[in-house]
Design a protein around this ligand. Structure first.
Ligand SMILES: [Zn+2]
Length: 175
């Protein structure tokens, strides 16, 4: 199992083009905070389990994600209201991973719980439902990842630049 989990990282890290058609996006990783949202490695053919759409997962998750967009529409922060529109626009593009993609860096193990990248003009947003077999993630965790990953579609980066909010800012300040 560990070997399988290592493969996505190794493939991503080495920038190996694993298939002719796979367009490998620029990987985005947060390495400083093990407990927060870590962007998952780019998907590869080695990824475990096919991601499923929000509607295929569970009614409660689908409705919670929709409700998040509605909640943010009346948020006091303009940035969060903008995020509400982005979430509404991209909800159909959200897919769920069964569990986090794991990346090893030295002696550290990072759980990639979310992922967003643009491919052929279409955004792919992926959110992990569990950390691993033993550890599930709460709906609150999933919604935080939704805010983080969707903020990338608004141009948010991993780190704050001047007054521009980072993905972390969107995830935390729009709670
Ligand atoms: Zn990110």
């Amino acid at each position: 199992m560990r070997a399988l989990l290592l493969l996505p990282f190794l493939a991503a890290c080495a920038h190996v083009q694993t298939t002719e058609t796979l367009v490998e996006p620029e990987p985005l990783f947060e390495l400083t905070r093990a407990t927060l949202d870590i962007d998952a490695p780019p998907p590869t053919p080695y990824d475990i389990g096919a991601p499923v759409t929000l509607m295929e997962v569970s009614r409660s998750e689908a409705s919670a994600f929709k409700a998040e967009a509605v909640r943010l529409q009346s948020h006091s922060e303009p940035n969060c209201r903008q995020l509400a529109d982005a979430i509404s626009a991209h909800l159909d593009d959200v897919k769920m991973y069964d569990r986090a993609l794991i990346r090893y860096v030295g002696s550290y193990k990072f759980y990639g719980v979310g992922h967003s990248y643009e491919s052929d003009g279409k955004w792919m947003i992926r959110i992990a439902r569990r950390l691993d077999e033993l550890n599930s993630r709460s709906l609150v965790d999933e919604l935080r990842t939704l805010r983080h990953e969707t903020s990338h579609t608004l141009g948010a980066g991993e780190w704050r630049i001047g007054e521009e909010w980072s993905a972390y800012d969107y995830a935390e300040r729009c709670r």
